[in-house]
Write a protein that binds this ligand. Structure first.
Ligand code: B12
Ligand code: SF4
Ligand code: SF4
Length: 351
């Protein structure tokens, strides 16, 4: 007979050892904000992220037992990453800003590995009859809401989960389990109050004020998830961001100071300010080798070049004209071609 209290304590200690600095247990009940999420999708805030609106994933986000039979608990985990050292406006002309989470090794792979180790630990102590399933980011789970139910923290107006005293520079992950582990108290305190800093600072004005954002207008979406043309009215608002965006977290007072933490993602592999002309000079193989195992690989070469062209256009960076013109001759992707010709117009208009 397993002692669930002991198993929970041991699992939390092991999770901490593996780099998950915050751990909590939530019941596998639908989260209260499930309906907020459904409405968010209904209104089209997921833009072209079709996986968010698929019938099967919609149902799973409301019912974890559709993912793991007889799921009883979610072990919610948070792993910190290093805060940005510079802001986007500090990137000099010709360079573009990469968001803080993306300069190290891709967190999905590192966290998958750690989740696997934690699952092995659970099975070693609870037996192989216990069923578990783990996710980081890509699963049909409302990760922020469950983390809040597990007592880790609460969503701010920028919709990011804030852990009191530690800020929001965290990745979330969870292990679903069919055991009735003792649950933690939900975090209920609002951490925003009358603050509106993120709403005022968001370059595209996509923070709606109801603890959700308009996904299709978020720079993170435009530069990472979006595979098509960046609309003309949004291109100037992308500013210097070549991959992702941290503005709503940088201005948040909860991130003003965070304690030293154990960071398992390792040293940065990429500079925070990426040389954009150099980027244009990489062929597919060189691109893959430069961004190997880092998040920008997900945006692929054409996606990163599209973003780079928009940034160069925003900077009206004259030395980029020839590389942008030759990209127009060689490249084929419509969104990249659109961004290059837009950028040329921005630059030539300043002559
Ligand atoms: C789709 C997605 C995106 C989309 C849409 C983001 C969004 N805010 O909806 C885009 C591409 C824009 C995006 C961007 C980013 N993302 Co993202 N993304 C996701 C994903 C896959 C789903 C999020 C989702 O369901 N959105 C729908 C909305 C409605 O749900 P929600 O954001 O979770 O909001 C909940 C709360 O706001 C709460 N809520 C609702 N009303 C209220 C009211 C009150 C009072 C309260 C307290 C709460 C509350 O309920 C909502 C529904 O559960 C999650 C992983 C996952 N499976 O959950 C990662 C995730 C949210 N992303 C993450 C990260 C790191 C980012 C970026 C910081 C990356 C970057 N630097 O560029 C930005 C941040 C942008 C932002 N301000 O949210 C982390 C967030 C960690 C954290 N501390 O919160 C996650 C959890 C991935 C992970 N496993 O670590 N992302
Ligand atoms: S990530 Fe940037 S664009 Fe997206 S909500 Fe935050 S500040 Fe706005
Ligand atoms: S900046 Fe202010 S309003 Fe926005 S999430 Fe942080 S505390 Fe909340």
């Amino acid at each position: 007979m397993i002692n669930l209290e002991e198993l929970t304590t041991a699992t939390k200690t092991e999770a901490n050892r593996l780099g998950f600095n915050h751990v909590g247990i939530a019941p596998a009940l639908p989260v209260p904000h499930y309906h907020t999420f459904l409405q968010w999708v209904e209104e089209g805030n997921h833009a072209d992220m079709g996986y968010m609106a698929r019938e099967d994933t919609l149902a799973k986000r409301g019912n974890s037992s559709l993912i793991l039979e007889d799921c009883q608990r979610l072990i919610c985990l948070a792993m910190p990453y290093a805060r940005p050292k510079i802001s986007a406006s500090d990137c000099p002309p010709g360079k573009g800003k990469i968001s803080a989470y993306a300069v190290t090794r891709d967190y999905h792979e590192v966290i998958w590995d750690r989740l696997g180790q934690l699952e092995d630990f659970i099975h070693a102590h609870a037996g192989d009859d216990v069923n578990t399933k783990s996710y980081v980011d890509t699963g049909p789970i409302l990760e922020r809401s469950y983390a809040s139910k597990a007592g880790l923290g609460i969503a701010g107006k920028n919709s990011c989960l804030i852990i009191k005293g530690f800020g929001s520079y965290f990745f979330l992950a969870e292990i679903l389990i069919n055991l009735p582990l003792p649950i933690d108290q939900a975090f209920k305190r609002d951490l925003c109050g009358t603050c509106q800093r993120c709403i005022e600072a968001c370059p595209t004005g996509c923070i709606r004020g109801d603890y959700t954002i308009d996904g299709g207008n978020c720079i993170s979406y435009l530069t990472i998830e979006n595979k098509g043309i960046i609309p003309d009215h949004l291109k100037p608002l992308v500013g210097n961001w070549v991959f992702g965006c941290d503005v709503c977290q940088t201005v948040c007072p909860h991130n003003a100071w965070t304690p030293e933490q154990n960071l398992v993602l390792g040293e940065p592999r990429l500079p925070e300010c990426l040389d954009l002309i150099e980027l244009f000079n990489l062929d597919e193989d060189q691109f893959t080798s430069k961004f190997q195992e880092t998040p920008p690989l997900r945006a692929k070469r054409v996606g990163m070049l599209r973003n780079a062209a928009v940034v160069l256009g925003n900077q009206q960076f004259q030395p980029a004209l020839s590389i942008l013109r030759s990209a127009l001759e060689i490249e084929k992707d419509p969104a990249l071609l659109d961004a290059c010709s837009w950028a040329i117009w921005q630059i030539e208009g300043t002559k």
